[in-house]
Design a protein around this ligand. Sequence first.
Ligand code: HEC
Ligand code: HEC
Length: 351
Amino acid sequence: MFAARHPILIFFSVVMVVYGLVFSLPERPLRQLDDSELRAWALDVGLKPVPETFDALRGLVDTDDNRLSPEKIALGKMLFNDPILSRDDSVSCASCHILAEGGDDNLPTAVGFHGLRNPQHLNSPTVLNAALARSQFWDGRAPDVEAQAAGPIQAPFEMNLTPDEVVRKLSAIPRYVDAFYQVFGEEAGGLRFENVQMAIGAYERTLLTESNFDLFLRGDDAALSASAKRGLNLFMQKGCKGCHAGTGLGGLSIQRFPLHRPIVEVFDNEPFPFPNEGGFLGRGERRYFRVPILRNISRTAPYFHNGAVEDLKEAVHIMSKYQLGRAFTPAQIDDVVAFLKSLDGTLVFDR
Ligand code: HEC
Ligand code: HEC
């Protein structure tokens, strides 16, 4: 009789009991691994080091669609740093992607042309290692760094120029006219907007960084602290590596966030475990995001697509609770953060 009158109540009671049981089960203990087991497993799950030799580095990022050459890379570097690509000569790519600051601007949301903020309150991701990603932008809407570069130049709140205006401005400068003809030649169209994208993309492909984690993966046991090794073990065994994978520790897939929501938050109106400033909801407005690259993460605060979280520990707490379904303890967070700090690196093509 009770069940007939209160089917919804019964249903919820059952859900709560099952939920309580599942989450009161003791956690599976971590498998302890020595250094060589840890390394072998990391390599096995695809946490690859940045290659050591110049040829191998090149092999990782060079592509038939945009062959790298020293001249093309030099032209791209010049364009990346030149505010000529903005309407009032005030904003360059480097204004928001400061290499010495981890490849971003350390602001919650990007500020571009005339001090305008990104209308969706989006945070500037790092350009370091971005070329390793299979798609670009928070929602992965551009396929590669070359396609990506067309966006900020034209966005009214970033650099605010049309492709024709870009070509006109650059054509007035003999240094650029010469460089474009030298790199792209007559048959590739010389100074064209598409070639601006190609040159910038070629430069970005060289922005790979090498870290202590790479040294560890290549065989140096002493490159990681004991805490960072425990953090790496957690990162793999608890499942962070399921999304943050590959050489960039991210960038390979588009994933839902938040994935697991504690049942007590069912009636919470906020779509994220932080204020939804800007209202961005990711790909298809369905809370799907291109998984961020974790290399240099300790230097690219604040975190998440709208820069709502300042502290890396808080970001790791949120990831463990909402992406893995079980919050890490403070000690576990410290270890994972020690591991993440081992991903800070320096540019490799410069060495
Ligand atoms: C006003 C600040 C600003 C300027 C100027 C700017 N960017 Fe960005 N950049 C951003 C923001 C914000 C995003 C994320 C936007 C989004 O996802 O819609 C971004 C995304 C990117 C990404 C994608 C990275 C990833 O992991 O998805 C790359 C690469 C990039 N910018 C390169 C450039 C280049 C090249 C230029 C110059 C042509 C440039 N940016 C100019 C703020 C800026
Ligand atoms: C199911 C996929 C998935 C798993 C598992 C996952 N992440 Fe993430 N991670 C994401 C996505 C997607 C974002 C971007 C969310 C956003 O900005 O709205 C993200 C963002 C982050 C950020 C912030 C990046 C930035 O540039 O702002 C950090 C740090 C991070 N994850 C670390 C971790 C750690 C540590 C773990 C394991 C505890 C983990 N992630 C598990 C998908 C995942």
